[in-house]
Ligand binder design. Structure first.
Ligand code: ADP
Ligand code: ZN
Ligand code: MG
Length: 479
């Protein structure tokens, strides 16, 4: 019965902009400052003060608009969104309403099988954040207004998303773009990237949308997917039971793995939006737009194509390596040292990303420098060490900040390629293994592997495998 239905999902994403100062005053945006220290009469909303727009907020939002194929409106207007809450001393948030700065864009999401889907972006507007309430263990609530006035960009999608998986792919794209543009750190856990999901269901083939609910409070990609899937199922069950979805706001509880009602429609906010009389309309004329466009860095899709053509990488590799700008930078630094492009990609995709994901760190904080990884790859390519030894050196490099060549020297790991030395070892092993030789001669090919294993054991993995194979074949054929 679930197959009869289809979900309709639209996301509202808030991204905290990486400006030094707040949106309308000179206060610092620094995270983690002592509570209520980064404040002034403007962001506290004292009577009679005048907000002054931070130019960077406009530039960053326009960059995002250009990167998501939006129209940049020459004129946009700040509006007051009025509501009372203890974390909002002003009694209103400065936002944009009827005339946002960017509209009518889209991004392409990419599925695992490399197929793509276009997700429309309705609008991107600028606004300011509210403060924070901290509920302590003894039922006191503390107010920290440091975050009041910190600039946000809100990206509203069209209801083009159909599954939890698509929602995560869309969010991944948005995060990738803001990070490439350097306008937001994209950290969901710390709240610098926040996502609200609007979800409804309808019978397949139906044109009209169903009633939607809005889920808030999901602080990771995983929670976004789980919350959306939970809500789709809840709505279908409700309808199947003869009930009706009511428009409401739900809060996701990651521990309980369920969403519960925060407020219903009857309490829905009426924000009484009106143009902020303290702020002039924002005018982004063509000259300014072009000036901003000049600051546009290489975007992930372009970079991906470049990696494919310049380094002859498979599409899959390029997709993984361009996930974040810092991974792509790391890769490009490795291949300035080693021209074994595919090996460099393999090392990063498997060994490096494994550590990064396990330790939940950015590749910028990864212990092995790109120069040292490049050198390690060169040592294999030149035949100084085997690939197997390299895999043993890698964890040592993780712990000790040493060049791989130094570790090879200290631990005496140089590969043995000297044929006479390898010959001697092989002779000794053959003399000690008459039974295995008989087995091999009677056609048991797999015994060959036994001999190779013995040589590797004897040389602690340092014998050049190619040389070992050649000499072994030669000797066994003449036995
Ligand atoms: P509201 O006025 O309730 O804030 P909006 O029209 O501004 O609603 O849309 C907010 C978000 O909800 C957008 O991302 C939009 O794509 C999405 N949305 C609108 N209608 C639906 C629906 N019926 N089902 C799911 N998502 C929807
Ligand atoms: Zn201030
Ligand atoms: Mg809305």
């Amino acid at each position: 019965m679930k197959e009869k239905y289809e979900a309709v999902i639209g996301l509202e994403v808030h991204a905290q902009l990486l400006t030094e100062s707040k949106a309308f005053c000179g206060c610092s945006t620094k995270f983690g400052s002592s509570p209520n220290s980064n404040v002034c009469p403007v962001c506290l909303g004292h009577p009679g003060v005048l907000p002054v727009l931070n130019k960077k907020v406009v530039e960053y939002t326009v960059l995002m608009g250009l990167a998501t194929n939006c129209t940049i409106n020459e004129k946009s207007v700040f509006a007051r969104k009025n509501y009372f809450y203890p974390d909002l001393p002003k009694g209103y948030q400065i936002s944009q309403y009827e005339e946002p700065i960017c509209e009518h864009g889209f991004v392409n999401i990419v599925f695992k099988d490399e197929s793509t889907k276009k997700i429309g972006i309705t609008r991107i507007h600028m606004e300011e954040d509210a403060g924070k309430l901290i509920h302590d263990q003894s039922y006191n609530t503390l107010v920290d207004v440091n975050r009041c006035g910190v600039p946000l960009m809100e990206i509203v999608s069209e209801p083009d998303i159909r599954t939890g998986e698509e929602a995560v792919l869309y969010l991944t794209k948005i995060k990738q773009l803001v990070q490439y543009l350097g306008i937001c750190d994209g950290n969901m856990e710390e709240g610098s990237l926040r996502c609200d999901a609007n979800v409804s269901v309808r019978l397949k083939g139906e044109k009209k949308f169903g009633t939607k609910t809005e889920i808030k409070n999901m602080n990771s990609f995983r929670n976004v997917e789980r919350a959306i899937n939970f809500e789709i199922e809840r709505q279908i069950d409700l309808i199947e039971d003869g009930g009706k979805v009511i428009q409401e706001t739900l809060l996701w509880d990651a521990d309980l793995n369920e969403a519960s009602s925060m407020r219903g429609k009857e309490e829905a906010h009426d924000y009484r939006y009106f143009p902020d009389p303290d702020l002039m309309p924002v005018i982004v004329n063509n000259d300014w737009k072009e000036e901003i466009a000049k600051q546009m860095p290489e975007l992930p899709e372009v970079r991906k194509e470049r990696l494919i053509s310049k380094f002859k990488l498979p599409k899959y590799d390029a997709e993984i390596l361009t996930q974040t700008k810092s991974i792509a930078d790391y890769y490009e630094n490795v291949v300035t040292v080693s021209d074994d492009y595919k090996s460099a990609s393999n090392w990063i995709m498997t060994d490096v990303l494994k550590v990064i994901n396990e330790e939940k760190i950015d590749i910028k904080d990864f212990a092995i420098t790109p120069e040292n990884l490049g050198e390690l790859i060169n040592l294999i390519k030149e035949g100084t060490i085997s690939g197997k030894i390299a895999k043993e050196i890698f964890p040592v490099m993780l712990k000790e900040n040493k060049k791989p060549s130094q570790i090879v020297k200290e631990k005496n790991l140089v590969q043995i390629t000297d044929t006479s030395e390898i010959e001697k070892i092989i002779e000794k092993i053959l003399t000690n293994s008459p039974n295995q030789i008989k087995q091999f001669q009677s056609g048991e090919e797999k015994v060959f592997g036994f001999f190779v294993g013995q040589v590797m054991k004897e040389t602690k993995g340092k014998a050049n495998p190619k040389v070992v194979n050649e000499i072994l074949r030669e000797k066994l054929n003449h036995k």
